[in-house]
Design a binder for this molecule. Structure first.
Ligand code: ADP
Ligand code: MG
Length: 258
C-alpha cells in the first residue's frame, strides 16, 4: 500500500509512519558486542591453555606410546571447538558490518605456495596440486582474510573428498580480476543445495562430516564481498566441486587528484 493514502480529491486521508527506536538498537548492539567479547575471551582462553598442555603432552610421549591416540583425539576436538568459537565471533562481527580490511599488495603465487606449506601439519596437503598463470597480477588484499578464504575452501575440498583424490588450486588473471579456483573430485553438492550454499548454516542435511558450525562458506562469501569480489561454485553430485573466488586487482579506491 502507498504509505500516503490519497482520496480522489487529492486530500491526504491517512499517513502511515514507522518509528524506530535507535537507542534500543544501539543497546542491543552493545550487548551483542559484550557477549562476543565474553565468548571469544572467556571460552577461548581456557581452551588455548588446554590445547597447549595437550600439545606439550603429545610431544613428551615416547614413540608408540599407548596413549598417543587419546591425546591426538583431545587435540583434534579442542581445535574443532576453537574453530567453532572463532566462526561464531567472526560471523557476528561481519554481520554487524564492522570489518576493517588491512590491504597489502599480495603476490598470489608466493602467498598460496607458502600458505599450503604452512598448512602441512593440519591438513592433508600432500593431495594438493598448485598451478599458476605466468602473468599473475599483484592483488590488493588483506592477507589474514585472504588466508581465511583459501583455508576454508581448501579444508572443504579435502574434507569432502577422500584420499588419494587430488585437490587442485589454480590462480589466473583476466579482466582486472585475479581468480583463485579450488577443485576437488569428491562427493559433490546436490543441485538443490547450490543456491543456499553461502547462506548461514547452509550445511547439507545429510552431511556426516561435521566438524564446525557450517559457517565456513558464509564467512568466506562475506570476506570476498568485503574485498569487492565474488565467489562462485560449480558442482555435480558424485563428481566433485569447483569454487572460484574473483577478486579485483584494482581495489576501487580512487586515486586522489593531485
Ligand atoms: N568441496 C565441497 N564438496 C562438497 N560439499 C561441500 C564442499 N564445500 C562445502 N560443501 C557443503 O557446503 C556445506 C557448507 O560448508 P561450510 O560452510 O564450509 O561448512 P562446514 O565445512 O563446516 O560443513 C558443507 O557442510 C557441505 O555440505
Ligand atoms: Mg567448511
Amino acid at each position: 500500500m502507498d504509505p500516503v493514502d490519497k482520496k480522489a480529491d487529492d486530500k491526504v486521508d491517512a499517513v502511515v509512519a514507522t518509528l524506530v527506536d535507535v537507542t534500543r538498537l544501539q543497546e542491543l548492539q552493545e550487548q551483542r558486542d559484550a557477549l562476543l567479547r565474553a565468548v571469544s575471551h572467556d571460552l577461548g582462553t581456557p581452551l588455548s591453555a588446554l590445547l597447549l598442555q595437550a600439545q606439550m603432552l603429545q610431544r613428551s610421549l615416547a614413540p608408540g606410546d599407548r596413549h598417543a591416540k587419546r591425546v591426538a583425539t583431545i587435540i583434534a576436538n579442542g581445535q574443532r571447538l576453537a574453530t567453532m568459537i572463532r566462526d561464531l565471533v567472526d560471523s557476528a562481527r561481519l554481520e554487524s558490518g564492522r570489518i576493517q580490511l588491512a590491504r597489502k599488495p599480495i603476490n598470489v603465487q608466493t602467498f598460496i605456495t607458502e600458505l599450503v606449506e604452512k598448512l602441512a601439519g593440519t591438513l592433508s596437503t600432500e593431495r594438493v596440486r598448485l598451478s599458476f598463470e605466468a602473468r599473475l597480477a599483484s592483488l590488493p588484499a588483506d592477507p589474514d582474510r585472504l588466508e581465511r578464504i583459501l583455508v576454508n575452501l581448501l579444508s572443504n575440498a579435502l574434507k569432502y573428498s577422500d584420499a588419494p583424490a587430488e585437490v587442485f588450486v589454480h590462480a589466473s588473471c583476466a579482466d582486472g580480476f585475479v581468480t583463485m579456483a579450488v577443485t576437488d573430485h569428491g562427493v559433490g553438492i546436490a543441485r538443490q543445495d547450490l543456491p543456499h550454499l553461502f547462506e548461514r548454516s547452509s550445511r547439507a542435511k545429510d552431511n556426516s562430516r561435521r566438524e564446525a558450525l557450517g559457517l565456513g562458506l558464509y564467512i568466506t562469501a562475506m570476506l570476498v564481498r568485503a574485498h569487492g569480489g565474488r565467489v562462485e561454485v560449480e558442482s555435480e553430485l558424485g563428481q566433485g566441486s569447483t569454487f572460484r573466488v574473483h577478486l579485483p586487482v584494482d581495489n576501487g579506491v580512487a586515486t586522489p587528484v593531485p
